[in-house]
Design a protein around this ligand. Sequence first.
Ligand code: PEP
Length: 256
Amino acid sequence: MRRILIVGNWKMHKTASEAADLVHRLSVLVPKADGVDVILAPPFTALHAVAQALPRSSPFTLAAQNLHWEDQGAFTGEVSAPMLKELGCRSVIVGHSERRRLFRESDAEINQKVLAALRHELRPILCLGETLPEREAGRTEEVVTGQLLGGLAGTSKDGLLMVTLSYEPVWAIGGGRAAPPGQVTLVHERLRAVIAREWGSEAAQAIRILYGGSVSTTNVGGFLASPQVDGALVGGACLDPQSFATIIGLAQGAAR
Ligand code: PEP
């Protein structure tokens, strides 16, 4: 049975001191999270502060929001997997739609990032999702399948077992307009079918597929009610400790 995973993507919010404050408040509200996994993904500059602020028995683990595929070199402004590991990251978000859209990241680059993360035993959280015009043109399945196969090219079955997918329709992110859970379920089923074809049915049953896009305290239960949805990647709602704590509590209530 796949454990529910909740990821909080802080995007470009919170200085290091603000991040420590948020973690202190969240830790009071969520001292334990039995039955579910919870990952915090603050900006690079707050990773150290968050790691320091987490209590020893914290249920939260740490992720970065991006990485470069080389371990080191002349890549001004970039951050590598070994740097993230040393800061205490266990996972890394890769291919978020904001990186694809605003920074023109291609599937080939995203693939290099996934492979770099795996080389360093960082768990990639690979984001996939169609734009509104792609959806309206009936291309959702084609787009997410292309992103899946492009992003995971050259990944072994063992590597795949380290990966989490997050299906995030671009039109649902940040706008308060979440996708209907029924449609999300269909996309997740399709992704699992492609994984079964390429990596085998064991891998398809094991991989966690999250939903992301305007997840809130009021709609998260609807997503987690689907056996195809193994958790949520939460943007805006994770910046408010009370909301994020409520989402984690609802996930615990839905734990399998
Ligand atoms: C996200 O950051 O991937 C996201 C889904 O954001 P929001 O929850 O704000 O839509």
